[in-house]
Design a protein around this ligand. Structure first.
Ligand SMILES: Nc1ncnc2c1ncn2[C@@H]1O[C@H](COP(=O)(O)OP(=O)(O)OP(=O)(O)O)[C@@H](O)[C@H]1O
Length: 261
């Protein structure tokens, strides 16, 4: 589904509890995202950001509460339906590094191709656009094992864009990127969210950048897990207790964290 004319709730969490083997690691997660929302999940190491992302991607079950996609329980979709609704970019290393960049990005079209995997003209356009948008033209024929971590990260994002889903979930998409590429990719993702009315959710440790760029933020603190626009979270002093105050303090004036000297 693409280019929806008006906003609607594309992904919601209600009283969501996530964890492993029936044991919750975070509860009380509530948020509601519209189409076009560029959203980050933030919080300290080990709080449960990746677990939440994998739960939203239906790669693991939630413990209680609900995750709604386009108003319906995530569990009510089969895997092919979900593959046309959401794409996922994980940090885990890629199994098929023997593929070329182009071949890997083409795999993004798999949910739409026939059983032999033939690409239509539309599929090829989507692949080309993803390659151009992520600046991969000059390396499109290289094998993935020949790439740097940062290049590979851009290829994985290109594959998700080629999949052209209304929801894109990314786990720490900027980890291996230099400052220029971090900003470039985040701005590109935001632009894509706005121009094509996609809901984009990503986990990150770059809170300052997220405050500047995101429409909404989900702050996992293991207690209330505040959610809202960055300015609302600043107003509610939500950022002030993320880290121990004797180490880093949040400056609401600049929206940045400062090292406590
Ligand atoms: N497969 C698993 N089985 C059991 N516990 C797990 C599993 N994966 C992660 N955990 C635990 O769940 C908690 C949250 O982990 P998660 O990776 O979601 O945190 P995170 O916020 O993404 O951390 P980081 O910022 O370090 O990437 C941690 O305590 C972790 O040890």
């Amino acid at each position: 589904m693409k280019g929806q004319a008006s906003e609607h709730k594309s992904m919601e969490a209600k009283a969501l509890s996530i964890g492993y083997k029936g044991v919750p690691i975070v509860s009380n997660i509530d948020f509601s995202l519209n189409t076009g929302d560029f959203t980050s999940i933030i919080g300290i190491n080990g709080v449960g950001k990746s677990t939440l992302l994998r739960t939203l991607a239906h790669m693991q079950n939630h413990i209680s509460g609900s995750v709604l996609v386009d108003g319906l329980e995530i569990g009510s979709y089969n895997s092919l339906e979900l593959a046309t609704k959401m794409s996922v970019v994980l940090t885990e290393s890629l199994a098929s590094k023997n593929l070329s960049v182009l071949e890997l990005v083409m795999l993004g079209r798999q949910p739409y191709t026939n059983w032999i995997g033939t690409l239509t003209e539309d599929d090829k356009i989507q692949v080309k656009n993803a390659i151009v948008n992520l600046d991969l033209e000059s390396i499109q024929h290289k094998k993935c094992y020949e790439l740097s971590d940062g290049q590979l990260q851009r290829v994985m994002i290109a594959r998700a864009l080629a999949q052209d889903t209304s929801i894109i979930l990314l786990d720490e998409p900027t980890t291996h990127l230099d400052l220029f590429h971090k900003v470039r990719i985040l701005k590109l993702l935001k632009e894509i969210a706005k121009n094509t009315q996609k809901t984009i959710i990503y986990t990150t440790h770059e809170i300052d950048m997220a405050i500047q760029l995101c429409d909404k933020m989900i702050l996992l603190d293991g207690q209330n897990n505040p959610f809202g626009q960055p300015c609302e979270l600043i107003e509610n002093k939500s950022f002030e207790n993320i880290f121990p105050k004797d180490t880093v303090v949040f400056d609401p004036e600049t929206g940045t964290f400062k090292i406590k000297k």
